[in-house]
Design a protein around this ligand. Structure first.
Ligand code: 8YV
Length: 320
Protein backbone atom coordinates (compact mmCIF):
# COMPACT_ATOMS: atom_id res chain seq x y z
CA UNK A 1 0.00 0.00 0.00
CA UNK A 2 0.91 3.64 -0.55
CA UNK A 3 0.34 6.22 2.20
CA UNK A 4 -0.36 9.85 1.28
CA UNK A 5 0.35 12.21 4.18
CA UNK A 6 -1.80 15.21 3.26
CA UNK A 7 -3.96 16.45 0.40
CA UNK A 8 -1.81 17.72 -2.49
CA UNK A 9 -3.37 16.81 -5.84
CA UNK A 10 -6.70 15.16 -6.68
CA UNK A 11 -5.23 13.90 -9.94
CA UNK A 12 -2.40 12.22 -7.99
CA UNK A 13 -4.90 10.71 -5.54
CA UNK A 14 -7.01 9.28 -8.37
CA UNK A 15 -4.04 7.88 -10.26
CA UNK A 16 -2.52 6.31 -7.13
CA UNK A 17 -5.88 4.79 -6.26
CA UNK A 18 -6.08 3.17 -9.70
CA UNK A 19 -2.65 1.58 -9.34
CA UNK A 20 -2.14 0.80 -5.68
CA UNK A 21 -4.08 0.43 -2.52
CA UNK A 22 -4.03 4.00 -1.21
CA UNK A 23 -4.29 5.25 2.37
CA UNK A 24 -4.92 8.94 3.03
CA UNK A 25 -3.59 9.82 6.45
CA UNK A 26 -5.46 13.13 6.73
CA UNK A 27 -8.83 11.41 6.45
CA UNK A 28 -8.37 9.21 9.52
CA UNK A 29 -9.24 10.45 13.04
CA UNK A 30 -6.74 8.33 15.04
CA UNK A 31 -3.53 8.63 13.06
CA UNK A 32 -1.13 6.70 15.29
CA UNK A 33 -3.58 3.81 15.78
CA UNK A 34 -4.19 3.77 12.03
CA UNK A 35 -0.46 3.59 11.34
CA UNK A 36 -0.11 0.72 13.82
CA UNK A 37 -2.98 -1.17 12.18
CA UNK A 38 -1.51 -0.78 8.68
CA UNK A 39 2.22 -0.76 9.38
CA UNK A 40 2.72 -4.19 7.81
CA UNK A 41 1.21 -3.20 4.47
CA UNK A 42 2.53 0.35 3.89
CA UNK A 43 5.60 0.19 1.63
CA UNK A 44 5.59 3.69 0.17
CA UNK A 45 4.93 7.19 1.46
CA UNK A 46 4.00 10.31 -0.52
CA UNK A 47 4.61 13.63 1.23
CA UNK A 48 5.11 17.22 0.13
CA UNK A 49 6.39 20.55 1.43
CA UNK A 50 3.94 20.48 4.35
CA UNK A 51 4.34 16.90 5.59
CA UNK A 52 7.11 14.39 5.07
CA UNK A 53 8.52 11.13 6.34
CA UNK A 54 9.98 12.31 9.65
CA UNK A 55 11.73 10.13 12.23
CA UNK A 56 8.44 9.30 13.96
CA UNK A 57 6.71 8.13 10.77
CA UNK A 58 9.75 6.13 9.70
CA UNK A 59 9.82 4.40 13.09
CA UNK A 60 6.10 3.64 12.84
CA UNK A 61 6.39 2.07 9.37
CA UNK A 62 9.11 -0.61 9.40
CA UNK A 63 8.13 -1.89 5.93
CA UNK A 64 8.54 1.49 4.25
CA UNK A 65 10.78 1.12 1.16
CA UNK A 66 10.40 4.43 -0.61
CA UNK A 67 9.42 8.05 0.00
CA UNK A 68 8.22 9.57 -3.28
CA UNK A 69 7.77 13.24 -2.50
CA UNK A 70 5.45 15.63 -4.35
CA UNK A 71 7.99 18.49 -4.06
CA UNK A 72 11.55 19.32 -4.97
CA UNK A 73 12.28 20.38 -1.38
CA UNK A 74 13.00 17.41 0.89
CA UNK A 75 13.40 19.35 4.15
CA UNK A 76 10.43 17.60 5.79
CA UNK A 77 12.06 14.18 5.23
CA UNK A 78 14.51 12.74 7.76
CA UNK A 79 17.16 11.88 5.18
CA UNK A 80 19.59 10.46 7.73
CA UNK A 81 16.97 8.00 8.98
CA UNK A 82 16.09 7.06 5.39
CA UNK A 83 19.74 6.37 4.61
CA UNK A 84 20.12 4.37 7.80
CA UNK A 85 17.10 2.20 6.96
CA UNK A 86 17.85 1.95 3.24
CA UNK A 87 14.64 3.80 2.34
CA UNK A 88 14.81 5.29 -1.15
CA UNK A 89 13.82 8.91 -1.67
CA UNK A 90 12.59 10.68 -4.81
CA UNK A 91 11.53 14.30 -5.36
CA UNK A 92 10.20 16.36 -8.28
CA UNK A 93 13.09 18.44 -9.67
CA UNK A 94 13.17 20.18 -13.09
CA UNK A 95 9.43 20.02 -13.85
CA UNK A 96 8.69 22.94 -11.50
CA UNK A 97 11.80 25.03 -12.19
CA UNK A 98 10.18 27.32 -14.80
CA UNK A 99 7.10 28.05 -12.70
CA UNK A 100 9.06 28.88 -9.56
CA UNK A 101 11.47 31.11 -11.52
CA UNK A 102 8.55 32.81 -13.29
CA UNK A 103 6.96 33.50 -9.93
CA UNK A 104 10.19 34.94 -8.53
CA UNK A 105 10.30 37.45 -11.39
CA UNK A 106 6.60 38.11 -10.88
CA UNK A 107 7.26 38.92 -7.23
CA UNK A 108 10.12 41.28 -8.15
CA UNK A 109 7.84 43.16 -10.57
CA UNK A 110 4.94 43.06 -8.13
CA UNK A 111 7.00 44.57 -5.28
CA UNK A 112 8.91 47.18 -7.30
CA UNK A 113 6.03 48.26 -9.56
CA UNK A 114 3.48 47.84 -6.77
CA UNK A 115 1.19 45.69 -8.91
CA UNK A 116 -1.03 44.48 -6.07
CA UNK A 117 -1.30 47.92 -4.48
CA UNK A 118 -2.20 49.55 -7.79
CA UNK A 119 -4.80 46.87 -8.48
CA UNK A 120 -6.35 47.64 -5.08
CA UNK A 121 -6.18 51.35 -5.98
CA UNK A 122 -8.29 50.84 -9.09
CA UNK A 123 -10.79 48.51 -7.41
CA UNK A 124 -11.35 50.85 -4.48
CA UNK A 125 -12.22 53.74 -6.79
CA UNK A 126 -9.25 55.86 -5.60
CA UNK A 127 -8.05 56.44 -9.19
CA UNK A 128 -10.90 58.92 -9.68
CA UNK A 129 -9.36 61.08 -6.93
CA UNK A 130 -5.86 61.13 -8.40
CA UNK A 131 -3.10 59.24 -10.16
CA UNK A 132 -1.25 56.37 -8.53
CA UNK A 133 2.11 57.16 -6.94
CA UNK A 134 5.36 56.55 -8.83
CA UNK A 135 7.05 53.22 -8.31
CA UNK A 136 10.56 51.74 -8.77
CA UNK A 137 12.16 50.56 -12.00
CA UNK A 138 12.98 46.83 -12.22
CA UNK A 139 15.06 46.68 -15.41
CA UNK A 140 18.74 46.93 -14.61
CA UNK A 141 18.52 46.27 -10.86
CA UNK A 142 21.25 44.03 -9.50
CA UNK A 143 19.82 40.64 -8.55
CA UNK A 144 21.62 38.57 -5.92
CA UNK A 145 20.74 34.89 -5.76
CA UNK A 146 21.32 32.57 -2.80
CA UNK A 147 21.74 29.09 -4.28
CA UNK A 148 22.54 28.85 -7.98
CA UNK A 149 20.95 25.47 -8.68
CA UNK A 150 18.27 24.69 -11.23
CA UNK A 151 15.82 27.29 -9.90
CA UNK A 152 18.49 29.91 -9.13
CA UNK A 153 19.87 29.60 -12.67
CA UNK A 154 16.39 29.87 -14.19
CA UNK A 155 15.80 33.07 -12.19
CA UNK A 156 19.20 34.43 -13.31
CA UNK A 157 18.41 33.77 -17.00
CA UNK A 158 15.08 35.55 -16.72
CA UNK A 159 16.57 38.51 -14.82
CA UNK A 160 19.30 38.78 -17.48
CA UNK A 161 16.56 39.46 -20.02
CA UNK A 162 15.66 42.49 -17.86
CA UNK A 163 19.31 43.66 -18.12
CA UNK A 164 19.88 42.91 -14.44
CA UNK A 165 23.49 42.28 -13.38
CA UNK A 166 23.50 38.93 -11.57
CA UNK A 167 25.54 37.89 -8.55
CA UNK A 168 25.20 34.89 -6.29
CA UNK A 169 26.22 33.07 -3.16
CA UNK A 170 26.62 29.32 -2.90
CA UNK A 171 28.92 27.04 -0.96
CA UNK A 172 31.52 27.25 -3.73
CA UNK A 173 31.86 29.36 -6.89
CA UNK A 174 30.46 27.65 -10.00
CA UNK A 175 33.26 27.05 -12.51
CA UNK A 176 31.24 27.63 -15.72
CA UNK A 177 29.26 30.65 -14.58
CA UNK A 178 30.14 34.27 -15.32
CA UNK A 179 27.93 35.84 -12.68
CA UNK A 180 29.80 37.48 -9.82
CA UNK A 181 30.33 35.17 -6.86
CA UNK A 182 30.34 36.38 -3.25
CA UNK A 183 31.68 34.01 -0.59
CA UNK A 184 29.21 35.28 2.03
CA UNK A 185 25.51 36.14 2.05
CA UNK A 186 26.21 39.46 3.81
CA UNK A 187 28.56 40.49 1.00
CA UNK A 188 25.98 39.40 -1.57
CA UNK A 189 23.26 41.40 0.20
CA UNK A 190 25.50 44.49 0.41
CA UNK A 191 26.09 44.35 -3.33
CA UNK A 192 22.64 43.72 -4.75
CA UNK A 193 19.29 45.50 -4.80
CA UNK A 194 17.07 42.43 -4.98
CA UNK A 195 18.05 39.38 -2.93
CA UNK A 196 16.42 36.05 -3.85
CA UNK A 197 16.41 32.90 -1.73
CA UNK A 198 16.65 29.86 -4.04
CA UNK A 199 18.54 27.25 -2.05
CA UNK A 200 17.41 24.07 -0.34
CA UNK A 201 16.47 24.27 3.33
CA UNK A 202 19.02 22.39 5.42
CA UNK A 203 20.62 22.80 8.85
CA UNK A 204 23.21 25.08 7.27
CA UNK A 205 20.75 27.29 5.34
CA UNK A 206 18.18 27.77 8.14
CA UNK A 207 17.93 31.53 8.85
CA UNK A 208 20.56 32.16 6.17
CA UNK A 209 18.79 35.53 5.85
CA UNK A 210 19.26 36.95 9.35
CA UNK A 211 19.32 40.47 10.77
CA UNK A 212 22.83 41.16 9.49
CA UNK A 213 21.86 40.14 5.94
CA UNK A 214 18.63 42.16 6.08
CA UNK A 215 20.55 45.24 7.26
CA UNK A 216 23.13 44.71 4.48
CA UNK A 217 20.28 44.70 1.94
CA UNK A 218 19.04 47.90 3.48
CA UNK A 219 16.11 50.34 3.19
CA UNK A 220 16.18 50.31 -0.61
CA UNK A 221 16.68 46.57 -0.91
CA UNK A 222 14.02 43.96 -1.66
CA UNK A 223 13.93 40.36 -0.42
CA UNK A 224 12.26 37.67 -2.53
CA UNK A 225 11.65 34.26 -0.94
CA UNK A 226 10.45 31.36 -3.09
CA UNK A 227 12.42 28.78 -1.06
CA UNK A 228 11.23 27.98 2.44
CA UNK A 229 10.03 30.25 5.22
CA UNK A 230 12.71 29.00 7.60
CA UNK A 231 15.45 30.35 5.32
CA UNK A 232 14.57 33.74 6.79
CA UNK A 233 14.51 34.81 10.43
CA UNK A 234 10.88 35.88 10.14
CA UNK A 235 10.57 38.10 13.26
CA UNK A 236 13.70 39.97 12.09
CA UNK A 237 12.20 40.36 8.60
CA UNK A 238 8.93 41.65 10.03
CA UNK A 239 10.60 44.22 12.29
CA UNK A 240 12.90 45.40 9.48
CA UNK A 241 9.89 45.94 7.20
CA UNK A 242 7.81 47.62 9.92
CA UNK A 243 10.72 49.92 10.87
CA UNK A 244 11.58 50.72 7.25
CA UNK A 245 15.06 49.17 7.49
CA UNK A 246 14.21 46.99 4.48
CA UNK A 247 12.71 48.36 1.26
CA UNK A 248 10.24 45.59 0.53
CA UNK A 249 9.61 41.89 0.28
CA UNK A 250 7.93 39.40 -2.01
CA UNK A 251 7.15 36.21 -0.14
CA UNK A 252 5.71 32.90 -1.30
CA UNK A 253 6.75 30.98 1.83
CA UNK A 254 6.62 31.49 5.61
CA UNK A 255 8.08 29.89 8.70
CA UNK A 256 4.77 28.55 9.98
CA UNK A 257 2.50 28.09 6.96
CA UNK A 258 -0.34 28.79 6.54
CA UNK A 259 0.24 31.31 9.36
CA UNK A 260 1.53 34.65 8.05
CA UNK A 261 2.66 37.40 10.46
CA UNK A 262 -0.31 39.78 10.72
CA UNK A 263 2.06 42.79 10.95
CA UNK A 264 2.71 42.31 7.22
CA UNK A 265 -0.92 42.68 6.17
CA UNK A 266 -0.88 46.46 6.38
CA UNK A 267 2.39 46.96 4.47
CA UNK A 268 2.06 48.06 0.84
CA UNK A 269 5.72 47.34 0.04
CA UNK A 270 5.15 43.66 0.70
CA UNK A 271 3.53 41.11 -1.61
CA UNK A 272 2.27 37.93 0.04
CA UNK A 273 1.52 34.74 -1.88
CA UNK A 274 0.15 31.46 -0.47
CA UNK A 275 3.04 29.08 -1.43
CA UNK A 276 2.08 28.81 -5.10
CA UNK A 277 5.50 28.65 -6.79
CA UNK A 278 4.78 25.34 -8.50
CA UNK A 279 1.03 25.90 -8.48
CA UNK A 280 0.02 25.66 -12.13
CA UNK A 281 -2.21 22.97 -13.63
CA UNK A 282 0.57 21.93 -15.99
CA UNK A 283 3.34 21.66 -13.41
CA UNK A 284 1.30 20.00 -10.68
CA UNK A 285 0.31 17.32 -13.23
CA UNK A 286 3.95 16.84 -14.24
CA UNK A 287 4.91 16.55 -10.55
CA UNK A 288 2.16 13.98 -9.96
CA UNK A 289 3.27 11.97 -13.02
CA UNK A 290 6.83 11.95 -11.62
CA UNK A 291 5.62 10.66 -8.25
CA UNK A 292 3.63 7.89 -10.01
CA UNK A 293 6.55 7.10 -12.34
CA UNK A 294 8.95 6.80 -9.42
CA UNK A 295 6.60 4.50 -7.48
CA UNK A 296 5.96 2.32 -10.53
CA UNK A 297 9.69 2.11 -11.26
CA UNK A 298 10.38 1.14 -7.67
CA UNK A 299 7.74 -1.60 -7.52
CA UNK A 300 8.71 -3.02 -10.92
CA UNK A 301 12.42 -2.92 -9.95
CA UNK A 302 13.33 -0.44 -12.68
CA UNK A 303 15.66 2.55 -12.16
CA UNK A 304 13.96 5.44 -10.32
CA UNK A 305 13.21 8.51 -12.48
CA UNK A 306 14.40 11.16 -10.01
CA UNK A 307 16.22 9.50 -7.13
CA UNK A 308 17.80 11.65 -4.48
CA UNK A 309 21.37 10.59 -4.23
CA UNK A 310 22.55 10.53 -0.64
CA UNK A 311 26.15 11.30 -1.62
CA UNK A 312 25.13 14.61 -3.11
CA UNK A 313 22.85 15.35 -0.23
CA UNK A 314 25.20 14.90 2.64
CA UNK A 315 24.71 16.79 4.91
CA UNK A 316 22.18 17.85 2.32
CA UNK A 317 21.96 19.42 -1.10
CA UNK A 318 22.41 23.16 -1.23
CA UNK A 319 20.56 24.33 -4.32
CA UNK A 320 17.12 23.33 -5.55
C1 8YV B 1 4.74 22.51 -3.40
C2 8YV B 1 7.31 22.91 -3.01
O1 8YV B 1 4.20 23.65 -2.85
O2 8YV B 1 8.49 21.59 -4.57
C3 8YV B 1 8.50 22.13 -3.47
O3 8YV B 1 9.49 22.05 -2.72
O4 8YV B 1 7.36 23.58 -2.04
C4 8YV B 1 6.08 22.88 -3.85
O5 8YV B 1 6.27 22.42 -5.11
C5 8YV B 1 4.24 21.42 -2.57
O6 8YV B 1 5.03 20.35 -2.34
C6 8YV B 1 2.84 21.10 -3.04
O7 8YV B 1 2.21 20.18 -2.30
Amino acid sequence: AVLMLCPMSTYLEQELQRRFSLFKLWTVPEKSQYLKDHSSSIRAVVGNSMAGADAELIAALPRMEIVANFSVGVDKIDLNKCREKGIRVTNTPDVLTDDVADLAIGLMLAVLRRLCESDRYVRSGKWKKGDFRLTTKFTGKTVGIIGLGRIGMAIAKRAEAFSCPICYFSRTAKPDVEYKYYPSVVELASNCQILVVACALTEETKHIVNREVIDALGPKGVLINIGRGAHVDEPELVSALVEGRLGGAGLDVYENEPEVPAELFGLENVVLLPHVGSGTVETRKAMADLVIGNLEAHFSKKPLLTPLSYQHHSPCQFAI
